[in-house]
Design a protein around this ligand. Structure first.
Ligand code: B12
Length: 213
């Protein structure tokens, strides 16, 4: 009988061959994809992060855990129940230039898609000018960016500047998230919204879209 702790252990230890089976077993038992993602896979990554900080783990182990996580995440993401429908909008989403951490961004993408938004996912380590250009080309309502690293926070500020210079500030709304960000940071750069996690990302996008379309 599979349980969540077993899945967490598999991801933390990087037992890559076991992750799909353990995730599928939980799904078969009726555990929701959302529970698996938030209470299982994300929790496991928190433990991995702590081990990295304590220097019990080094980058190869972190990478192996991330690859193990993706085995389960790729099974669970398509099974996410459509979140309570929000105000559907067009959203350009990505991880900013210089940063390759994309696990959180992909969870945000799944929940925001489930809420009925059209997501233009540009991936990770995306040049800032490409982000703004895509938003212009698609007439996007929102640019949502993610970063987990402190040095790349500057890119988020730069996007605000680029929008202001193009006369688009306020026309295209912005929201930021990811481990390196905070509500205060978002406010300081003039972003329109910030979300702690993927659930909040949906709520914040909905709030920005109401009255904006
Ligand atoms: C996994 C991981 C990696 C993997 C990434 C694999 C991948 N495909 O993503 C690998 C091994 C590749 C990696 C590499 C590196 N890493 Co790393 N990594 C991590 C780790 C352990 C976990 C991150 C994670 O996936 N968390 C789980 C997800 C689910 O959480 P999340 O991303 O925060 O997302 C949630 C929310 O933040 C929110 N959210 C996310 N995006 C958005 C966007 C919006 C708009 C909204 C509203 C919300 C939102 O919703 C998500 C889901 O609920 C963290 C430790 C930590 N404490 O975070 C370090 C960490 C982020 N890494 C770090 C570093 C330094 C690096 C490297 C530079 C190391 C090196 N010397 O090479 C490189 C990066 C190279 C680069 N240029 O990008 C540092 C960053 C420090 C800093 N503040 O600058 C951390 C914090 C570790 C540490 N304590 O030092 N890493």
């Amino acid at each position: 009988m599979a349980n969540m702790d077993a899945l967490i252990d598999i991801v933390v230890k990087g037992k890559i061959k076991e992750a799909k089976g353990a995730t599928q077993a939980l799904l078969d038992q009726g555990v929701s994809a959302k529970e698996i993602i938030f209470n299982g896979l994300s929790e496991a990554m928190k433990i991995v992060g702590e081990k990295y900080e304590k220097k019990e783990y080094f980058l190869p182990q972190v990478l192996l855990s991330a690859q193990t996580l993706y085995q389960g995440l790729n099974l669970a993401l398509p099974k996410l129940d459509a979140a309570s429908a929000g105000a559907a909008g067009k959203v350009v989403l990505c991880v900013v230039e210089g940063d390759v951490h994309d696990i959180g961004k992909n969870i945000v993408k799944a929940l925001m898609t489930g809420a009925g938004n059209t997501i233009f996912d540009l991936g990770r380590d995306v040049p800032l000018k490409d982000i703004v250009q895509k938003a212009k080309d698609e007439n996007a309502h929102i640019i949502a960016t993610s970063t987990l690293m402190t040095p790349t926070l500057a890119g988020m500020k730069e996007i605000e500047k680029m929008l202001a210079e193009g006369g688009l500030k306020g026309k295209i709304k912005t929201m930021v998230g990811g481990g390196a960000t905070s509500a205060d940071f978002a406010k300081s750069i003039g972003a329109d919204g910030w979300g702690y996690d993927a659930n909040e990302a949906v709520a914040v996008a909905t709030k920005l879209l109401i009255g904006h379309k």
